[in-house]
Design a protein around this ligand. Structure first.
Ligand SMILES: [Zn+2]
Length: 479
C-alpha cells in the first residue's frame, strides 16, 4: 500500500478500492488534464514497484477541437502524458484505447442547456464504454482522476464563474456513492480538490508531467489558454499555473566526437533532474543516438565546427525557445542541490571562473578568466559571439592555439567567448567560486588546486573525506 498524504487529504493506493484485488482488468481514463495525469502516474508507479501483473488499459475519449466545446479532453496532451508516464516506468505493460467522439458537445455552462447536454453525454458515454468493454474479457475496474470543486468561498474569492460541473461540488453524497462504493468505478481523488494533487505533484517532483497537461476548453486561436473558463480558473487556483507552463530555463549540452558517450549525458541529465525542484528543459546538440527520452535532441546537421565549438550555436537567437540559457560541459559531476543554477546573479553573462588560472589573469592584467564549464545568459543577447566565429571559423579555431594561450588539437573555445565578452564590454560575472571546482588525479596538480581554492573561495579545502559542502559541481581534468 502506498499512502499519499498532505494537508489537503490522504489516499491509500489501492486499499481504498475494494474491487482492485478482485479483478484482473483495469481501465484508467486519461483526458490530458492534470488530475488524470497524476492518477496514471500513481498507477504506473504502483504497478512497477509491486510488480502488479494485470491487464491495464489506458483510455482516452476525445472530440476534435471544433466540436469539443465544454469537454476538457485533448488527445495530444493525453498522448504526451501517457508517453511521459510510461518513460518513468518502462517495465509497466499497458494497452492504449482511444475513442474519437464526433458528436457536438453542447456547452453545459447554461442551465437551460443542461438537460440536453446530459442526454447527449450519457448516450456518448455508453458508446464509449461499450467499445472499451470489447477490450476486456471481464468487467474491469474503471479508474478516474476526477477531483472535487473548490469550496464556495474560494470559488467566490477567485472569481470562478458558475460553469463548473455541479456534481463535483464538495460534499455531494452522490460522488462517494458513485465512485467509491460501486465495484467497477473508482475515483480516489473525488473527495479532494486539485490542491491535494498540487502538493503531490511538488512532493514527487512531477512538475515536468504537469507542464504537459492541458485543461482549458476555450483555447484561443494561438492554442493558448483562455484564462477565463472554469478549467483554467480551477487549475490556476490549485497550481498557480495555466496550461502551457513555459519552462524559462534550458540546460544545453553538446555531445560529438568519440571521447564521451550518450551515457555521460544521460547521467548528467538524471543527476540534475534529481537534484533540483526547479523546472528546466534539457537539450543535447549531438550526432549520437540513444539519449534519454526526456532529453530534447537537436541533431548536428551542419558539420562546420570542431567538437566543443558547437556550443556556440546556442548563442544564436532562438536556436531554442527558452528565455534563460545555460550551456554546460558534459564531463562534470553533480554534487548536492542544483537550485543555484536557477538564481539570477545580476549579470548579462554569468560564467564559471577559472580560479585555478588566476596567475595568468593577474599576469595579463585581465580581470576575467572564464572556464568553459558553464555559461548562463538570455536567449539571443550574445549572438555577436557566434556571428564573429562563423565569419571565420578556421581562423578562430586555431587562434588561441597559435598564440600560445592553449594547446591543440582542439581548444580555445572558452578563451574566444571571453575575448568576445570583453571586446563587447558585456556586463559579465561569475557564479560563486566555491561552488565549481576542478579535480585532477595528479597529486601535485591537485595540491595546487587546493591552494588556489583556499585563496579564491575562502573555503579551507576542496576534498577532505568528502567534498566541501559548498561544492555543487566538479569538473574532472586529466588523470
Ligand atoms: Zn480556458
Amino acid at each position: 500500500m502506498t499512502i499519499y498524504k498532505n494537508k489537503y487529504g490522504q489516499i491509500n493506493l489501492f486499499d481504498d478500492c475494494k474491487y482492485f484485488n478482485k479483478t484482473n482488468d483495469i481501465n484508467v481514463s486519461v483526458s490530458g488534464g492534470a488530475d488524470s495525469a497524476l492518477m496514471l502516474w500513481m498507477i504506473f508507479k504502483e504497478f512497477s514497484e509491486k510488480n502488479i501483473q494485470k491487464n491495464l488499459l489506458v483510455s482516452t475519449m476525445w472530440a476534435s477541437k471544433s466540436i469539443r466545446d465544454g469537454m476538457p479532453s485533448n488527445l495530444q496532451a493525453a498522448n504526451d502524458v501517457v508517453k511521459y508516464v510510461s518513460s518513468c516506468f518502462p517495465d509497466v505493460k499497458y494497452k492504449r484505447f482511444i475513442y474519437h467522439s464526433d458528436i457536438n458537445f453542447i456547452p453545459y455552462q447554461t442551465q437551460e442547456k443542461k438537460t440536453e447536454y446530459k442526454k447527449i453525454k450519457l448516450k456518448e458515454d455508453k458508446k464509449f464504454h461499450n467499445e472499451m468493454q470489447k477490450q476486456f474479457d471481464t468487467l474491469p475496474l474503471h479508474i478516474w482522476g476526477e477531483t472535487s470543486n473548490p469550496e464556495k468561498g474560494d470559488r467566490v474569492a477567485f472569481k470562478m464563474d458558475n460553469s463548473r460541473e455541479y456534481r463535483r461540488d464538495p460534499g455531494n453524497p452522490f460522488l462517494e456513492q458513485k465512485f467509491m462504493n460501486n465495484r467497477s468505478r473508482w475515483a480516489p481523488f473525488i473527495k479532494f480538490t486539485k490542491r491535494f494533487l498540487s502538493e503531490i505533484y511538488k512532493e514527487y517532483h512531477l512538475m515536468d508531467l504537469f507542464a504537459l497537461t492541458e485543461s482549458c476548453v476555450g483555447l484561443n486561436t494561438k492554442g493558448l489558454p483562455c484564462k477565463q473558463c472554469w478549467w483554467c480558473n480551477e487549475k490556476y487556483w490549485a497550481f498557480g499555473y495555466y496550461d502551457h507552463l513555459k519552462k524559462p530555463l534550458a540546460i544545453c549540452t553538446v555531445l560529438t566526437g568519440e571521447k564521451y558517450s550518450v551515457n555521460t549525458v544521460n547521467k548528467l541529465y538524471e543527476n540534475l533532474y534529481n537534484n533540483t525542484s526547479q523546472l528546466f528543459d534539457f537539450y543535447c546538440y549531438t550526432d549520437h543516438v540513444g539519449l534519454n527520452d526526456r532529453i530534447q535532441v537537436i541533431p548536428i546537421t551542419n558539420k562546420n565546427k570542431k567538437l566543443q565549438w558547437y556550443k556556440l550555436d546556442f548563442f544564436k537567437n532562438n536556436f531554442i525557445e527558452n528565455e534563460d540559457i545555460i550551456i554546460m560541459d558534459i564531463d562534470v559531476d553533480i554534487i548536492g542541490n542544483q537550485d543555484w543554477l536557477f538564481k539570477d546573479y545580476g549579470y548579462d553573462f554569468t560564467g564559471s571562473h577559472r580560479w585555478w588560472w588566476r596567475w595568468r589573469e593577474d599576469n595579463e592584467d585581465d580581470k576575467f578568466a572564464l572556464s568553459g564549464t558553464i555559461y548562463k545568459f538570455k536567449n539571443g543577447e550574445h549572438q555577436y559571439i557566434v556571428d564573429t566565429f562563423e565569419n571565420n571559423i578556421e581562423y578562430w579555431e586555431e587562434y588561441f592555439i597559435k598564440n600560445g594561450t592553449t594547446v591543440g588539437p582542439v581548444n580555445g573555445e572558452q578563451h574566444f567567448v571571453q575575448k568576445m565578452l570583453i571586446d563587447n564590454n558585456t556586463n559579465k560575472g561569475y557564479f560563486p567560486e566555491k561552488m565549481i571546482v576542478k579535480w585532477h588525479n595528479d597529486f601535485s596538480i591537485q595540491l595546487k588546486l587546493e591552494r588556489d581554492y583556499y585563496k579564491w573561495s575562502g573555503n579551507d579545502y576542496i576534498e577532505n573525506d568528502g567534498w566541501n559542502p559548498d561544492i555543487r559541481m566538479v569538473h574532472y581534468a586529466g588523470g
